[in-house]
Design a protein around this ligand. Structure first.
Ligand SMILES: [Zn+2]
Length: 443
């Protein structure tokens, strides 16, 4: 008997955590934060520590596993993480220790978690680095396998849990990128083999289940970026902001900038964390990316240098959501010794994640940039999540017996149920709507 419990990531995007049980033995997949609530919780706090654990749970920032741990904690055999985005891993330092089982993830994801643990002064959990394409036997009855997928962060994987009832696949988050600009394409061969071995169920990323068509490859964004950088007048200083964890995008921005004879500077704390994790795993070469500036004096010194050399620099920076405290926010609010003007261009290689806070912050940032007559290019970006046609392709390859949508809210989960219906899945028989706090049993 397979039992699937949803802790987070089903009612809305964020706070992903699921427990998958086979005959009393449990695997937890992902342990993330609700990023919107995390930002609200942080407020003016400079620092969140392990002592904030209860408050974080009670404020809905991290999953509430207290009752579950009391009753079934001892049956958890492993915590497995799909990728290093904070809505999938941020809660690991708070929740993982008590389970007394390994935390399994790909090497880059492990580096991100180790960084989080160091930051919160938590001793490292029992980390187990597992490459995609390899398996790890966690008990006599359960084996974990990580299957290579493409997303918007390096080393992303689908978790395949091998049980005597067949494979239970946990596929959050992914897109099907056949021309990735960093890393390998998804392991289609292995996905098809899993189908032959028998897939009992899939828990599936529904983020873009309501989007028609296909999600474009990262190589398309590379072309877009090259176009927009080349078309920006040669006397302007370019600021480009993107997701700090999107190492492929960062690598492309640096390479394109150098190709058009511009030097690159990188500013921002989160850029520093993810770039270091990528360098230490040989995902990118250390010589490619300059040292990231994070201290105010250091950034001010570099900005002065840039101001005296118009048109010579691309500054890769944080702040694409207009978030408070990131580089762009500090720049437009006069916290650095650099005044933006019509001699500057700002490129958003991102899309605004549509939460009320982000929309408000981003709109304020936009007004501030416009009032300085900065040249703005927005949405030079493609999503890291597969759209309807990608989802159909994936389901036809994997052919799971049961389909369980995740990562969305009711609207997105319902769109996934509709896709399932087109492929012959029947609601409450072979496709199942699961919300946070609920569980289902598959015979
Ligand atoms: Zn993700």
């Amino acid at each position: 008997m397979i039992k699937i419990r949803a802790f987070g990531g089903y009612n809305k995007i964020g706070k992903s955590m699921t427990a998958i049980e086979a005959d009393g033995e449990i695997i937890i997949t992902d342990m993330g934060a609700d990023i919107e609530r995390l930002v609200n919780f942080e407020g003016d706090k400079n620092y969140i520590s392990i002592n904030d654990q209860t408050a974080l749970v009670e404020n809905g920032v991290i999953p509430d596993d207290r009752d579950f741990f009391e009753k079934e904690g001892k049956n958890v055999k492993a915590i497995v993480l799909t990728h290093g985005h904070l809505d999938h891993v941020w809660a690991v330092p708070f929740l993982s220790q008590k389970y007394r089982c390994p935390v399994i993830a790909t090497p880059f994801t492990i580096k991100v978690i180790e960084h989080l643990m160091r930051n919160m002064k938590v001793r490292s959990a029992r980390m187990l680095s597992l490459n995609t394409g390899t398996k790890y036997k966690v008990s006599d009855n359960l084996t974990i396998e990580l299957v290579n997928m493409t997303h918007s962060i390096p080393n992303s994987s689908m978790v395949a849990i091998h049980t005597k009832y067949g494979v239970v696949a946990y596929a959050n988050d992914w897109k099907l990128d056949d021309n990735p600009t960093l890393g390998k394409r998804p392991d289609y061969e292995r996905i098809e083999q899993l189908n032959k071995e028998g897939v009992k169920a899939v828990i599936l990323d529904s983020t873009n289940a309501d989007q028609e068509g296909y999600t474009f490859s990262e190589s398309v964004v590379r072309t877009m970026l090259e176009d927009v950088i080349k078309r920006t007048l040669s006397n302007k200083t370019i600021f480009i902001t993107t997701f700090s964890s999107h190492i492929a995008r960062i690598k492309n921005i640096v390479e394109i900038s150098r190709k058009v004879n511009r030097n690159v500077m990188v500013f921002g704390r989160s850029m520093d964390m993810y770039i270091k994790a990528a360098v230490s795993n040989n995902i990118i070469d250390k010589s490619l990316i300059p040292e990231v500036a994070i201290r105010k004096e250091q950034i001010n010194g570099l900005l002065k240098y840039v101001r005296d050399r118009p048109g010579k620099y691309v500054i890769l920076c944080t702040g694409h959501q207009g978030e408070k405290g990131a580089f762009l926010d500090k720049l437009v609010t006069g916290q650095y010794a650099y005044k933006l003007s019509e001699d500057d261009a700002v490129i958003f290689s991102s899309r605004t994640i549509p939460t009320p806070l982000n929309i408000a912050n981003r709109s304020m940032l936009q007004s501030a940039l416009e009032s300085c007559n900065v040249n703005i290019a927005d949405n030079v970006h493609v999503s890291g999540h597969g759209s309807r046609n990608d989802i159909k392709t994936f389901l036809k390859m994997l052919k799971p017996q049961h389909l369980i949508p995740s990562h969305g809210g009711m609207e997105k989960l319902s769109s996934m149920i509709d896709i399932g219906k087109e492929l012959g899945y029947e609601l409450n028989k072979t496709s199942h709507l699961l919300l946070d706090g609920q569980e289902i049993t598959l015979q």
